[in-house]
Write a protein that binds this ligand. Sequence first.
Ligand SMILES: C[S@@+](CC[C@H](N)C(=O)[O-])C[C@H]1O[C@@H](n2cnc3c(N)ncnc32)[C@H](O)[C@@H]1O
Length: 300
Amino acid sequence: MLQLKTAGYIALDNLRSRKCFPPVWQNMTELEKSTDEFISIFREERFNVSKELGGGYLFEEVIDRFVRTDDRELMDDSRIPEQERLESVKALERQNAFMQLYPRHIDILLPHIRQASERFRREVKILELASGSGGLALALASELKRKKFPARITGSDIVPSYIEESNRRTAGQNLPVEFMELNAFDMKRLGPDEFDIIITSQSMHHFSPGQLAVMIAQAGQHATTAFIGIDGYRSALLGLGVPFVAGLQAIPSFALDGLISARKFYSELELAIIAETAAGRHHHEVDCLWPLSVLTVHFN
Ligand SMILES: C[S@@+](CC[C@H](N)C(=O)[O-])C[C@H]1O[C@@H](n2cnc3c(N)ncnc32)[C@H](O)[C@@H]1O
């Protein structure tokens, strides 16, 4: 439930045959605007298709509309002191560890890292965007070190204190990881192909469709191989489950963020639309590895 695939595919075909998709763009500003506009048009068309299909299709669409929100998570609210927001990203790291998500992420990422290593025969360079308190980067770096794998990960986030905290945690551990401040929508300071794989975890739903498209298009300029986005799978079960699990830590703002996030997860088809708009057709796949959605965009 909440993936709305039947109505979604019909709606997308309708829009494609009317030449509305994919939207045309020349620069990042246009990409952001046209992706946001197209996703709104797509959701409207899907609603009309669901009305024609009727019954359960319309019921699911109405639930999806009721659930969806554009509210921002409190952890993204710059009016809240950084220290308080740091507590939220640390709570998210505890939740990820509790749900055993880091080994799942590593299983998803390692085949791509291995492929890049075989292709280039040198150290593979990975950049994580929006790395929060750094839990995934640290877990991946420990695994790379344990396996003596020639790869290095750079975690990055827009909030300076997360970077300081993450660098403090890694100090003296001799792990193949470092952290730097970086705005995921503005990667100009990176060199062309400075990295091989750019990843982001539990964050895609924090960004508007247009922002996510910009992130993917920019990743294509700075990574040789792929963009991999891992996020919660849009579903009724996670709609209830994420806020419930977040509530277990008894931190009200974090529990509320869990509820907002679960309402905002993208459907598989929405992720595919955003990827195609940013990187063209046939360059991406979206997989459900329950409870995760995995978007992979290939650049080569
Ligand atoms: C839900 S947290 C995910 C943190 C981490 N990936 C994890 O799974 O624990 C979202 C992160 O996105 C970061 N963020 C928000 N806007 C950003 C931007 N423009 N550039 C980089 N990071 C950003 C926030 O600071 C926050 O750390």
